[in-house]
Design a protein around this ligand. Sequence first.
Ligand SMILES: Cc1ncc(C[n+]2csc(CCOP(=O)(O)OP(=O)(O)O)c2C)c(N)n1
Ligand SMILES: [Mg+2]
Length: 592
Amino acid sequence: MELAQGRKARVTPRLGGRILADALVAQGIDHVFEVPGESFLDTLDGLYDVRQKLKLVTCRFEAGAVNMAEAYGKLTGRPAAAFVTRGPGACHGSIGVHIAMQDSTPLLLFVGQIPHEDAGRDAFQEIDYRRMFSSVAKWVTQIDHAKRIPEIVAHAVDVATSGRPGPVVIALSEEMQRDLAEVPDLPRSSVTPACPDPAALLQLRAMLSRARRPIAVLGGSCWTEAGRASIRDFLLGNELPVAVGFRRQALYDGTAENFAGDLGVGSDPGLIGKVKEADLIVAIGSRLGDTVTQGYTLLDMAGNVPIVQVHPEGAEIGRVFRPVLGIVADLNRFAEAVAAMEPVQPSWGAWRHELRSLREAQRAVPNYEGTLNLGTVMHEFAAQLADDAIVTTDAGNFAGWATRFINFRDGQRYIGPTNGAMGYSVPAAVGAKIAFPQRMVVSLVGDGGFLMTGQEVATAFHHGVAPIVMVFNNQMYGTIRMHQERTYPWRVSGTALTNPDFAKYIDAFGGHGEVVNETGEFAPAFRRAVESGRPALIELRMNPDQITTRQTIAQLRAGKTPPKPAAKPKRAAAPNRPKPARAGGGTAKPRG
Ligand SMILES: Cc1ncc(C[n+]2csc(CCOP(=O)(O)OP(=O)(O)O)c2C)c(N)n1
Ligand SMILES: [Mg+2]
């Protein structure tokens, strides 16, 4: 290496796999989630040498591995690495890349590549990753020369964490991992985060003092604890009502007097109505994307209601809704700056109070039909959640139970795929528990989502950690059934499920299983699950008719004409006709 003084530093020759392992350590990566493949055998060997500094987590499915790495990035603001093999491994892992992209999460995905000399022959498991990932990753590259490893890994971390954070995919050509090279490790770069322009802050303050019905929309990723505390000081100090973006509950203390709820799928219609009445929107970190803006309908595209948008990436500001004031800034620096700003004299006390009352009214539990009242269960669950608990969620209607009835507290984290990917929650919980073994970690998941990636509980057993999984069993892909009943009532098609005995499933691994049929059974079951100290699964046997927290299937069908019963089929001539498939309604008795 050429040093500034002109001296040469001595660098020991290393194999590519080892250089890569050292580069990860040098860039501060401390967790690697992987499913092995012969395409990165040499890097696995390199990782063996750094096993004291970097935790290698062996997973059961690439979607699980990449979801674990994504959850790590969401929780820490720092990227973890996932390693998957070429072709099939990359395809399985791609879902986590899409999650990281849409959720703005820093992530590194390394993919083994076929030998260079066979490139372009449609060789065994060959894929051109630059083309495959070009629309789902922030950057896709390939390392072909061992001596370029430190440079490319360092740049990948910079890309993943800067501006709007996101996933970087790095293909590893097979032979370069075995090549000897003399190249030094590179240190992490220290870059000053973008600070907000003081003139823009004055403008924001002036806009706030003119407002009568302002609302802040909080979103984005890579918030630090200090950043969250500062933004809370600013929002509380100005008594600004706060809505969090879809699945961004972790950003704000739900018990605070100005928390108004979340904007996303299945949000409180009352809150949505109030946002339409607002006279100033202050979007902090939020992209004001599809789900938050209720399919781009919530806000005014022509700018009649002024929007202030703060985002670390200039290109994201005003992407759909044009703000009156856009502020490019690192979110934590912005929070620090506005917390230090003299609060305005808020004239919106009654407005804030109204929004808070709406939120509290949402949390009051209705008299649901059936033996298991999930509203009450959520309150009992919240009461037993540790102060620093991490709750992960999947995609599905079941998720509405927690977001409607629980105000997550400061210190607790609630993370989920804002891109609506099923199969996220269990791996995310396993990854979270491996990264934070001392914290209580609970996965919330539907019966559909659980059987997509629920086998990652095996990874929890393998690495000796004990998350708790709560399966909301309604024996169906409930969300799609809801849409089906709205558009095609009574015509249940392709949405019913047959499930195993979930408690026995976890039992087979050596875990603790519980089945909850009645409201009163939940609190002791959860307590036993925590006390067991083993990975645990609680199956919540729901009333399948209660399709959301606000509607039943019967209500969706009300006033619509049932279809005429199908004409009886004529007797077929064949004597051993197969039995007709069981009708796919959601009312069949749960199994197990
Ligand atoms: C990977 C993936 N596949 C399919 C979908 C479409 N989808 C959205 S919600 C849903 C049903 C989820 O079922 P379940 O996990 O049982 O939760 P429920 O809606 O019944 O509460 C489906 C199939 C999706 N979002 N993600
Ligand atoms: Mg379901």
